[in-house]
Design a protein around this ligand. Sequence first.
Ligand SMILES: Cc1cc2nc3c(=O)[nH]c(=O)nc-3n(C[C@H](O)[C@H](O)[C@H](O)COP(=O)(O)O)c2cc1C
Length: 163
Amino acid sequence: MSNADFDKAEFRKTLGQFATGVTIVTTLDKAGEAVGVTASSFNSLSMKPPMILWSLDKSAYSLPAFEHTKHFNVHVLGSGQDALSNCFAKPGTDKFDGIKTSKGLGGVPILPEYSALFECKTAHHYAGGDHIIIVGEVLKFSRNNTTPLVFHGGQYAGIGNLF
Ligand SMILES: Cc1cc2nc3c(=O)[nH]c(=O)nc-3n(C[C@H](O)[C@H](O)[C@H](O)COP(=O)(O)O)c2cc1C
């Protein structure tokens, strides 16, 4: 299929066949305000040094914050955290209203609940079409043994109710 007859909706649906986890990535903007975004593009990258990656839409409000920050935190969500995922998938601010965060490395907010947490130092930014690819070196990590939240075909699922 050439670029000219590329069906965007069908491309999206085809990509949706790839089941992913769901993360919320947090950081601080230049003014020190908490910023966060839901991202399913997270993946493991390297063991030595320990690295992860994810990608962010260039039109995201949070782009300037993630371009400038030295640290960010990736929270892998657990099943039942759909509402939190939807909250951080809304553009703009006020996503942290009513959420009691703690401070991680660089003062970056840590959400109270997650299945896994990776505290990262920004290592690289790469161009990726209409997204930027953000690579983080993992400085700290922890996990709770909760069932992860799964995203598949545009819908949430728990591991147990996927099929
Ligand atoms: C399950 C799910 C996964 C998402 N994954 C990504 C992603 O990997 N990268 C991205 O840029 N946006 C992703 N989004 C969309 C962003 O969360 C959404 O555009 C959000 O408004 C961005 O926030 P901001 O504009 O405040 O930066 C995802 C949304 C959902 C619901």
